[in-house]
Structures are given as structure tokens and as C-alpha cells.
Design a protein around this ligand. Structure first.
Ligand code: CAA
Ligand code: FAD
Length: 372
């Protein structure tokens, strides 16, 4: 039922806006409003906090379905659910959950602010500082964050900052920073793909954050960040899976309409074998993604499986969307069909929430632990 309802929303509400949002590099506010109204912004949040009280797998399915139509809308929903909401649900105090989860389910878009200009893969080398006041009532944040998804539209920011740079990553602390405290959007990036999804540099200039907004304890931020990213990577795998399926679904009917040499191009064996291989790749990406989600839901270790799913689904998204352009021929290369957009959007899968090399490194650590 969830899959069907997200599919309908994606097709009917998002679909007609995809090209315009991509060209204008702007998310239509009506789409964000629609996501809230559909109950897709608090998928795992309990009903008494205004959420849909559904499962992680439901979130994964929603992200996949949205990505079939628009990977930008998908990542907006993904970051809000699998990163932002999950941090508050998992690590927030009762007061923090009571205060923020209803807002996050119903009205406020959230951002997850970890990366900085000099710390991307090496995320724990971040330099944003949070200096405690003498009376312990608040922290003063200074620094800047780069590449922050949703930050153009967001009102709620989870900011990772160090209370003591000398402690290395053990100083990293997670803060709830509502926009009105002084979060400044310094620059909006112009991108190759997922152009409707906002990606901005933020600056924090003497932003005073109440001590009650420390989330999960002082010095616990690094563990919160990576544990949430382990889960979030399954979300990106789902985004890339949906993207690959969306490109496939868009181009295949065309191959049975378009005729060359007196027959539909989709009936040539050279084409059919390529399509069959793409279908296998998509299915394998789906199984890796759902398996990682299942392991997480069952309380089993899933870090390695999440890294595998993200790595593989990102590769499949690039290869299938690239093939889709070729299968459509010249028209696939034009803006008109929307096929080239899937290819542009696919490239980000190998970069955010840990690059493909970082996923390989994560998997390799498990192999070394098991065999050495
Ligand atoms: N799971 C749990 N804990 C982990 C972990 C993992 N996958 N990787 C490392 N850790 C822990 C270690 O156990 C260690 O903690 P303790 O000291 O308590 O044991 C600590 O982290 C440091 O370990 P390392 O020295 O091995 O870690 P590192 O400094 O070399 O790198 C890392 C760690 C920064 C997490 C790196 O592996 C990584 O994942 N980099 C990518 C960062 C990333 O994913 N950024 C995403 C930003 S959000 C985003 O991108 C959203 C979006 O686009 C939509
Ligand atoms: P670098 O870390 O400089 O990596 C460059 C290259 O070096 C990569 O190929 C990488 O694999 C390789 N490399 C680096 N270290 C190693 C190593 N140890 N071994 C092998 N290879 C290595 N961040 C957030 O905090 N929140 C967000 O919402 C967010 N959204 C994003 C949205 C977009 C569109 C983009 C582009 C980025 C976003 N990010 C976000 C940041 C993203 O997580 C980082 O870009 C990513 O982690 C890579 O960091 P980097 O760009 O600094 O690349």
C-alpha cells in the first residue's frame, strides 16, 4: 500500500514538475508540502509524535519510489528521514523528542551538517567549534559547513562541532540548531545532477545554542554521525536503485515502439542481451539493499551489507542510466525525454554519504577482521 501511494504521489504530483525543478535548480515548495501531507516526513516516527510509525523498510521503499521519478525529491526525503529524524529518535532526550519530532513530521525540513571544505571523507577532522559559556547555559558555534543537503529550505539543522579540537574526534558533539538562532546560508552550489535538491555552504558566526540542544551527550557526536550514516547508506542505495529502475522503465517501452531496419529496436538480440544484463544488475542491487535493510530491522550487524548495497547500487545506477541514453539513441541525449537526467543524477551516489572508496574501505575492514 505504501509503495502504491508513494508511486501515485511521485507520478501525479512530482512528475509534472521534474524538468522545471531541474532547470531552475529549485525544489517546488508544493512538493515539500506534499511530502509532509503524505506522511512521508516522519515515516518511522511514532504516531504520538506526529509520524507514520512505520518501519525502516517502509522508508527505504518510499525513497526508492520517489527516486524512480525524481532522485532530488528522493534525497530530500531520505536525508530528512534516515539521517535527521533518526538521530533525534535514537539519541534525543524525551524533551528533545517531544519538542522536535512533531515539527519534523509535520512542518520543518531538516539538514544533517557534518562535512566541511577540508573534511569530507575525513569527516572527523572537522573544525567547527562549539565553545561552552562560563555558566554552562549555552555553546557558541563558529565555523562553516559545506555540501549541506536541504539547507536552502531547512529550518532545523543537526550540526556536528567540536567542543575541544585537542581531543580529536572525541570532542565532536551534535547540536540541534534551529535556523533562527543564526544559521547563515553562504552559498548554494550549481550542480551536475540532483539539481532541485539544495546543497549549500553554511556559516556559523557566534551562533549561541542553548546547552539543552546538545544531542546524545558531549563528545558523542562522532559515534552518532557514523552510526547514522551506516543506516543512511541503505537509503542512498535505495535512491540509486529507484533511479536505475526509473531509467529502465522510461526507456524500455520506447525500444519496442522505435523501429529500425523494419523492426522494433528492442527485438534485436544485441539490444535484448543488454537489457537482460541491466535487469539482473537492478535485481542484484535491490536484493543487496533490501537485505541490508532486513538485517538492520532484525538487529543484526548491517554495516558491511549497507556499504555493499550503496557501492553496488551506485554503480548500477550509473551503468543503467548510461545505457538508457544509448538505447534511446539521439533523443536520449536530449533534455526532452528526461533520460539524460537520470544519468546526471546517478553520479552523486558514488560521492555522498561516503564515497565508493570509503564503502570499499569499510567492507575491507570487515574482511581484514575476519581473516587476519
Ligand atoms: N561504524 C561505526 N563506527 C565506526 C565506523 C563505522 N562504519 N567507522 C569508524 N567508526 C568509529 C571507530 O570505531 C572509532 O571509534 P572508537 O574510537 O570509539 O572505537 C572511530 O569511528 C574512528 O575510527 P577510524 O579511525 O577508523 O575512522 P576514520 O577517522 O579513519 O574515518 C569515517 C571514519 C569518517 C567515519 C570514515 O570512514 C567515513 O565514513 N567517511 C565518510 C564520511 C561520510 O559518510 N560523510 C557523509 C556526510 S552526510 C551526507 O553525505 C548526506 C548526503 O549527502 C545526502
Ligand atoms: P574527498 O574526501 O576529498 O575525496 C576525493 C576523492 O578522494 C574521492 O574519490 C575519495 O574516494 C578519495 N579518497 C579520500 N580519502 C580516501 C581514502 N582514505 N582512501 C581512498 N580514497 C580516498 N555532507 C553532509 O555532511 N551533509 C549533507 O547533507 C551532504 N550532502 C551532500 C550533497 C551533495 C550533492 C554533495 C556533493 C555532497 C554532500 N555532502 C554532505 C558531502 C559528502 O558527504 C562529501 O562530499 C563526501 O563525503 C566526500 O568528501 P569530499 O567531497 O571532501 O571528497
Amino acid at each position: 500500500m505504501l509503495r502504491e501511494s508513494v508511486r501515485r504521489f511521485a507520478t501525479d504530483v512530482v512528475g509534472p514538475k521534474v524538468r522545471e525543478m531541474d532547470e531552475n535548480e529549485m525544489m517546488d515548495p508544493a512538493v515539500i508540502q506534499g511530502l509532509f501531507e503524505q506522511g512521508l516526513m516522519g515515516i518511522e516516527t511514532s504516531a504520538d509524535h506526529g509520524g507514520a510509525e512505520s518501519s525502516f523498510t517502509s522508508a527505504i521503499i518510499a525513497i526508492e519510489e520517489l527516486a524512480k521519478v525524481d532522485p532530488s525529491v528522493s534525497v530530500l526525503c531520505d536525508v530528512h528521514n534516515t539521517l535527521v529524524n533518526t538521530v533525534v529518535r535514537k539519541y534525543g532526550s524525551k524533551e528533545q523528542k517531544d519538542k522536535w519530532l512533531p515539527l519534523l513530521s509535520e512542518t520543518q525540513l531538516g539538514s544533517f551538517c557534518l562535512s566541511e571544505s577540508a573534511s569530507g571523507s575525513d569527516a572527523f577532522a572537522l573544525q567547527t567549534r562549539a565553545v561552552p559559556s562560563a555558566d554552562g547555559s549555552h555553546y557558541t558555534l563558529n565555523g562553516s559547513k559545506m555540501w549541506i543537503t536541504n539547507s536552502w529550505e531547512a529550518e532545523f539543522f543537526l550540526v556536528f562541532a567540536s567542543v575541544d579540537l585537542a581531543k580529536g574526534y572525541k570532542g565532536i558533539t551534535c547540536f540541534i540548531v534551529p535556523k533562527e538562532l543564526g544559521v547563515q546560508v553562504a552559498k548554494k552550489e550549481e550542480k551536475l545532477g540532483i539539481r532541485a535538491s539544495s546543497t549549500c555552504t553554511l556559516s556559523f558566526d557566534d551562533v549561541k545554542v542553548p546547552a539543552e540542544n546538545v544531542l546524545g551527550g558531549v563528545g558523542k557526536g562522532y559515534k552518532i554521525a557514523i552510526e547514522i550514516l551506516n543506516e543512511g547508506r541503505i537509503g542512498i542505495a535505495a535512491q540509486m536503485l529507484g533511479l536505475a529502475q526509473g531509467a529502465f522503465d522510461k526507456v524500455i517501452p520506447y525500444t519496442f515502439e522505435r523501429k529500425q531496419f523494419g523492426q522494433p529496436i528492442g527485438t534485436f538480440q544485441g539490444m535484448q542481451h543488454q537489457m537482460a544484463k541491466a535487469a539482473i544488475d537492478i535485481e542484484a542491487a535491490r536484493l543487496l539493499t533490501y537485505n541490508a535493510a532486513r538485517r538492520k530491522e532484525e538487529g543484526l550487524d548491517f554495516t558491511k551489507e549497507a556499504a555493499m548495497a550503496k557501492y553496488y547500487a551506485s554503480q548500477v545506477a550509473m551503468s543503467v542510466s548510461g545505457s538508457a541514453i544509448e538505447w534511446a539513441g539521439g533523443v536520449g541525449f536530449t533534455r526532452e525525454t528526461g533520460i539524460e537526467k537520470y544519468w546526471r543524477d546517478s553520479k552523486i551516489g558514488a560521492i555522498y554519504e561516503g564515497t565508493s572508496n570509503i564503502q570499499l574501505q569499510t567492507i575491507a575492514k570487515f574482511i581484514q577482521k575476519q581473516y587476519s
